[in-house]
Design a protein around this ligand. Structure first.
Ligand SMILES: Nc1nc2c(c(=O)[nH]1)N[C@H]1C(S)=C(S)[C@@H](COP(=O)(O)OP(=O)(O)OC[C@H]3O[C@@H](n4cnc5c(N)ncnc54)[C@H](O)[C@@H]3O)O[C@H]1N2
Ligand code: MOO
Length: 415
């Protein structure tokens, strides 16, 4: 395999890529992430129908095509009257017609007249007050007000939003609430950022598709490909394929080449370290390496570069390390290409239980969130798999952090 320093040498056509001064140990997480995000401009835009826009990120704002409400509308079922009649002391009204949301009363009312009206229906001309059904006694085409009139119960035209108003900004994720607003704006289509397509190439002679490992004595299920594909969906990307390849440089190179053709991001799982068969970087003939080896634990062998204009992220094969690195680097990469706000918002959360001192590398530990704060899971290992079912957060510890007592705030992000 390539040694880390020689593989960091830029190829001639890649001089414009921003690079760390050296790729050896010493590159911090923050600096590595900045280098990666610096490479990631949003992909193009595309129109999609609102029915298909769920979860997408807006590349153009949504403006209201119509007022809401579109007209002065009744807020209650009852009778529309003129407030001036009440002011004049009139308490008995002749009912001259009815108004429904799609069948308004066509005329105007006169003094002492009322129109039966349903919630949401247009207020007839000459009316500006709705007497609630419960507040009148109706008999033989007339109504009589019982008690004192209360609020007007009218929703004025444009009181929620007005035609032309900007309702949703660029970058807003179309979650269910935003979709409701876009639909209310009468947007049939919206312009969204294209979602990055992600292909995973997992390498290892031992790897087998889940369910097939037991067929051989030394098979290991690939626990990462399908799982990280699902994570990519949650982060705003589209998983294209999960490919499993033996530790064969030629085969891996072929798989990487094919993957680059149909993806915006190629994620190489495993083969990132210094073993005799760690071929992940070497498999990419035209790799412009931006960084390799970051001073973090776990996941130190992470690497990132560009090939054929695509983004290539190398994850270490150890499953918890791979998941940690995916959350730390792949989530923000997907978010940046998808025009989403950064996926990294470190929140200070109090420790629910004490933790031991961490080492001299910046350390990311799996934890579980509850109303008591975040509890760091005991006995963590980069190769653990079962722990992933329990963990729902990552906690970040600066190099050389001493033992911390319960209640100490620690930087936490959701996994
Ligand atoms: N001499 C050194 N050795 C190692 C170093 C180092 O700096 N110097 N780094 C260690 C660290 S840290 C890690 S993490 C691992 C990462 O190594 P690789 O990325 O090369 O991973 P592999 O060798 O391919 O596999 C490691 C381990 O993970 C299992 N694995 C791999 N892929 C999968 C998968 N898709 N699903 C489940 N399990 C997987 C694989 O079977 C191995 O057990 O290197 C250390 N060594
Ligand atoms: O850091 Mo490795 O990613 O410890 O196992």
């Amino acid at each position: 395999m390539l040694d880390a320093l020689s593989s960091c040498r830029p190829s001639p056509e890649a001089e414009s890529l921003e690079r760390p001064p050296a790729c050896a140990a010493g590159l911090t997480f923050d600096r590595a992430l900045a280098l990666l995000v610096g490479q990631a401009a949003p992909l193009g835009t595309e129109p999609v129908s609102l029915a298909e826009a769920g979860g997408r990120s807006l590349a153009a704002p949504v403006h209201a095509a119509i007022d809401a409400p579109r007209y002065d509308a009744a807020a209650m079922d009852g009778f529309a009257i003129a407030d001036a009649d009440l002011e004049a002391g009139i308490t008995r009204f002749v009912v001259v017609g009815a108004s429904y949301p799609a069948a308004p009363y066509p005329g105007a009312i006169g003094r002492g007249e009322a129109v039966r009206i349903m919630t949401g229906a247009p207020m007839p001309a000459g009316t500006d007050h709705v007497l609630m059904l419960e507040h009148v006694i109706a008999a033989a085409g007339t109504i009589r007000l019982e008690g004192r009139p209360g609020r007007r119960h009218v929703r004025p035209r444009g009181s929620d939003f007005a035609a032309g108003q900007r309702l949703l900004p660029v970058g807003r994720t179309l979650d269910p609430r935003a979709l409701a607003v876009a639909a209310a704006a009468d947007a049939g289509n919206v312009i969204v950022w294209r979602r990055p397509r992600v292909t995973f190439v997992a390498s290892g002679d031992e790897l087998a598709a889940p369910g097939r490992a037991r067929a051989t004595a030394l098979g290991i299920p690939d626990s990462l490909g399908d799982a990280l594909a699902l994570a990519v969906c949650e982060w705003g990307g589209v998983p294209v394929r999960v490919v499993r390849i033996a530790d064969d440089l030629g085969a891996l190179a072929g798989a990487a080449r094919a993957a680059l053709d149909g993806a915006d991001i190629l994620v190489m799982i495993g083969g990132a370290s210094r073993g005799d068969r760690d071929f992940a970087k070497a498999a990419l003939a035209t790799l412009d390496l931006v960084f390799a080896d970051v001073a973090i634990k776990p996941g130190k062998p992470v690497w990132y570069g560009r090939a054929k204009g695509r983004h290539v992220l190398g994850l270490p094969g150890n499953p918890t390390a791979a998941f940690t690195i995916a959350r730390l680097f792949l989530a923000p990469l997907v978010a940046a290409l998808a025009g989403r706000s950064p996926a990294h918002v470190w929140m200070p959360v109090p420790l629910a239980a004490p933790v031991a001192a961490t080492g001299d590398r910046e350390t990311f530990l799996c934890g579980t969130l509850s109303l008591d704060g975040v509890r760091v899971i005991e006995r963590q290992s980069a190769s653990a798999q079962l722990m992933l079912a329990e963990a729902d957060a990552l906690v970040r510890f600066a190099p050389g952090t001493p033992a911390l007592a319960a209640g100490t705030p620690v930087d936490t992000v959701r996994l």
